[in-house]
Design a protein around this ligand. Structure first.
Ligand code: EPU
Length: 336
């Protein structure tokens, strides 16, 4: 356990917003977590992973806990699968690249998602037709109320669209320390998401491989999502809202071209990017922050902006979208 005082979290969040943490505690092992929570320390104001889904709007009094547990370990294997235990502090994309180099399939569609492994289950990260729940086996978390480690299987995590029990009932009450994935020795490719096939074709791929699918996903992401190392962002800022079919049909009458996908049970998942673009926000820049020019669902910090200003812009987007379409956008990012 390493403790620092008055540390700017600017390098530790992908938006790159400045926020002074009064006390930053780095936890590097499962034992560190136990030590912290059993030594009469105050409850942390924030548990920080890769900071990729975080909007910091203020300084942080008290303790910020930075989870830095390392390790990628093959723990079990059968004819068709490998079970791979990954420390919460590993960078998600490094784990994906490791899996690809070992020939383990299942996470290639999730290439290049910013953030750390420990945060991935919190919001059931997903992209290009795959969500973490599809490759999840179990995870270990320290439950602060019980002051003990517990294992969570797929059902325990209650995964939904960008949702899990860790964002609901166990919010601020569980420190995820490792995640075990069930990966396939024999790939079953998921290229159902239209743009992947187009990209594979453009790349002249004849024989499909997990590396080829990963390369295609990386190309697509790089073509429309800003690289957080160059322009601060947190990927999709809002969730795609789910509305009743009738509501969607009424919107189709008013707004030709509105994009939505069947979401089951007579509901439609609407492309929030379309709603925001059609409301005139795409590419809008206010000083050093704004809405990305290639993907309206992504808000950006061009450098030096304040989190509270970007939050204000998100409020403006929510209220305009609400007025235009009677849809209330929900933020995907965690606002502090
Ligand atoms: N669209 C627009 N204008 C825009 C952006 C999108 O009209 O500025 C419309 C287009 O019609 C497009 C459709 O929206 O076809 C969907 O856009 P896209 O394929 O870019 O996906 P998305 O729904 O905007 C979701 C995830 C992304 C994930 C992609 C690919 C959410 C909130 N976002 O975005 O996840 O990478 O699908 O699977 O579900 C993230 O969560 O941080 C993230 C990047």
């Amino acid at each position: 356990m390493r403790i620092e005082h008055h540390i700017d979290l600017q390098p530790f969040n992908t938006f790159g917003f400045s926020s002074i943490a009064e006390r930053l505690v780095h936890v590097g092992s499962p034992e560190d977590v136990v030590e912290y929570f059993t030594s009469n320390q105050p409850a942390p104001s924030l548990v920080l992973g890769g900071g990729s889904n975080l909007l910091l709007t203020r300084d942080l009094p008290g303790t910020t806990l930075k989870v830095e547990l390392p390790g990628i370990e093959l723990v079990e294997e059968d004819t068709d699968h490998v079970y791979v235990k990954v420390g919460a502090g590993e960078v998600w994309h490094d784990f994906v690249l490791h899996a690809i180099s070992q020939g383990w399939a299942g996470v290639e569609n999730l290439s290049l998602i910013p953030g750390n492994v420990g945060a991935a289950p919190m919001q059931n990260i997903g992209a290009y037709g795959v969500e973490i729940k599809d490759v999840f086996h179990q995870l270990e978390a320290f439950v602060t109320d019980d002051k003990s480690y517990e294992s969570f299987n797929l059902a325990d995590c209650a995964f939904g669209y960008r949702e899990s029990v860790f964002k609901r009932g166990l919010k601020h009450k569980a420190i995820i320390t490792s995640v075990t994935f069930k990966l396939n020795k024999r790939p079953s490719f998921n290229t159902s998401y239209g743009a992947i096939n187009q990209q594979l074709e453009a790349m002249g791929i004849q024989n499909l491989s997990i590396k080829a699918v990963s390369d295609a996903v990386i190309s697509i992401r790089q073509s429309k999502l800003p690289d957080p190392k160059k322009i601060g962002n947190s990927g999709s800022f809002f969730k795609n809202p789910v509305v009743e079919q009738l509501h969607f049909e009424q919107l189709q009458d008013r707004y030709a071209g509105i994009v939505g996908y069947p979401a089951g049970e007579g509901k439609v998942k609407v492309a929030a990017g379309w709603l925001i673009e059609n409301a005139g926000f795409k590419g809008k820049r206010i000083g050093n922050y704004g809405v990305h020019a290639k993907q309206a669902l992504v808000l950006v910090n061009y450098g030096g902006a304040a989190g509270k200003d970007l939050f204000q812009l998100s409020e403006e987007i929510i209220s305009t979208v609400n007025e235009m379409y009677e849809i209330t956008l929900e933020r995907e990012v965690n606002v502090i």
